[in-house]
Design a protein around this ligand. Sequence first.
Ligand SMILES: C[S@@+](CC[C@H](N)C(=O)[O-])C[C@H]1O[C@@H](n2cnc3c(N)ncnc32)[C@H](O)[C@@H]1O
Length: 218
Amino acid sequence: MSHYGHRGDRAGQAEAFDAIGDRYDEAFPHKDGQIAAGEWLLKSMAPGSRVLDLGCGTGLPTAAQLAEGGHQVVGVDLSPGMLARARANVPSGSFHCLDIADLSPAGTRDLGRFDAVAAFFSLLMLPRAEIPGALHLCHDLLRPGGLFALSMVEADLDDVPLPFLGNAIRVTGFLREDLRAQVEEAGFEVVAESSYTYAPASTDVPPEEQLFLHCARK
Ligand SMILES: C[S@@+](CC[C@H](N)C(=O)[O-])C[C@H]1O[C@@H](n2cnc3c(N)ncnc32)[C@H](O)[C@@H]1O
């Protein structure tokens, strides 16, 4: 069964990230919360685990961090430009140009089951109506007991166009208690939660409150 109904604008999101390219990593240089979430995955997973990096961007830092830890990394992103960078940054990874909404276990875009899924600042690019489906998808892509590391920006926004590094991207956010409720509703236990106030290196991106949830599939 598909969890998805109406799908938000995609072409604009992919084009924006193609255009942003290397400026993304330049604008977000110090990813303390994301690196800590990656370290949580590294210390919690068995050697040689299969990990999905959903909306992997340039592959930095997460796909690279997990691949260097000896895990099999599969990355998915909508933007061919970001994927080209990910393939160069993480040669051992396997990367696919796919929409999160097109992934489904046992569906036409079946990438198999995973020991862990990371979704760092990628689900925030979906409209709110698609978030429950995306969280259920992450659940269904994991083996029982598998780990899910999620980050979002804390904000009460639904598919709002925001200027971002000279492009307009559409962004969705939740307040932390609402995000936690959605994640639990999708069948996860939240084992840890943290937040970071983040000031990007570029004045073209406003400061943001970042939420990180470390979760286990029930
Ligand atoms: C804000 S960036 C985060 C990249 C990376 N996870 C990180 O933390 O640096 C969001 C990424 O999600 C991708 N993306 C946006 N919508 C997507 C969708 N529907 N399916 C797959 N990827 C998507 C974008 O192309 C972009 O690379």
